[in-house]
Write a protein that binds this ligand. Structure first.
Ligand SMILES: NC(=O)c1ccc[n+]([C@@H]2O[C@H](COP(=O)([O-])OP(=O)(O)OC[C@H]3O[C@@H](n4cnc5c(N)ncnc54)[C@H](OP(=O)(O)O)[C@@H]3O)[C@@H](O)[C@H]2O)c1
Length: 256
């Protein structure tokens, strides 16, 4: 069966954490659907290389180096993007992730604060910057990327601050939806299960990845494209009556 083609011609999209993994997949999916994309990341070399590659394919795309945990950087970069773009249609809060599988007991306060910042403070700061833009436009969409870890628990070790931060993202999504509904802005949160990215291969052993695949009804991990497609749906006119929801795309992974 052919895939549905979304039409984002002329739409302007900001994607945080777009330099690799799921974020890169989201950037590519929006570009293929006709959008102009502004993507943020920490690694300037990787971001610049991806920007050049995509520009050479005639896509309208710009990379901005920005640490989304830092208020001054977020403000400066969002101001620059909004000045250049004039209006913004969609913000995708994707930047996030974790590296260390630890118990609560073994988690240092530094690790706790670093991971909470990367996954939750970033969503607060970027959303805060886009709110006035969406309020004055009386339109806009925010799509947050959370995780199935915020809804259920697996017995194998994970990252406690990551799980807690993503539960916070789900809740912040509901708050944003309530605050912005009067401005015709929808806010939804996607909670993917384990998705094949380079980082995932780094942080989870082959055995763990196999076990996670077996826990789904489809007995496989999701691809980056399968998550990106949902982001496009949540940003598209077709999902106009949906707001304040956390949707888990998980191949039927059991909720235990
Ligand atoms: N993969 C999974 O199994 C899975 C499952 C559920 C949810 N998720 C969520 O999906 C999102 C993407 O995950 P992923 O696996 O694609 O991760 P990834 O490959 O590690 O990519 C993370 C992205 O976030 C950016 N980033 C991290 N910290 C940043 C900061 N302080 N400022 C700006 N950018 C920052 C990275 O930028 P640089 O590369 O430039 O450093 C990179 O572009 C995350 O929110 C993650 O929690 C992933």
């Amino acid at each position: 069966m052919a895939m549905t083609r979304f039409n984002f011609n002329g739409k302007k999209i900001i994607v945080t954490g777009g330099t690799r993994g799921i974020g890169e997949g989201i950037v590519r999916a929006f570009l293929k659907s006709g959008a102009e994309v502004f993507f943020l990341g920490l690694n300037a070399q990787k971001g610049g290389k991806l920007e050049s590659e995509l520009c050479s394919e005639n896509f309208k795309v710009s990379f901005f180096r920005c640490d989304v945990t830092k208020e001054d950087e977020v403000k400066e970069i969002f101001d620059k993007i909004v000045f250049h773009a004039g209006n913004i249609d969609v913000l995708v809060n994707n930047a996030g992730g974790w590296e260390n599988q630890q118990s609560v007991l073994k988690t240092s306060l530094d690790e706790w604060e670093k991971i909470i910042s990367r996954n939750l403070r970033s969503v607060f700061l970027c959303s805060k910057q886009i709110i006035p833009v969406f309020q004055s436009q009386k339109s806009g969409r925010i799509v947050n990327i959370s995780s199935i870890g915020s809804l259920t628990i697996v017995k194998s070790a994970s990252s406690p601050p990551y799980i807690a931060a993503k539960a916070g993202v789900n809740a912040l999504g509901r708050v944003l939806a309530a605050e912005l509904a009067d401005y015709n802005v929808a806010v939804n949160t996607l909670a993917p299960s384990t998705t094949e990215t380079e980082r995932l291969v780094r942080v989870r052993s082959e055995d763990q990845r196999k076990q996670m695949a077996e826990r789904t009804l489809f007995r496989r991990l999701s691809t980056v494209e399968e998550i990106a497609n949902w982001v496009l749906f949540l940003a598209a006119p077709e999902s106009s009556y949906l707001t304040g929801q956390t949707i888990s795309v998980n191949g039927g992974r059991l909720m235990i």
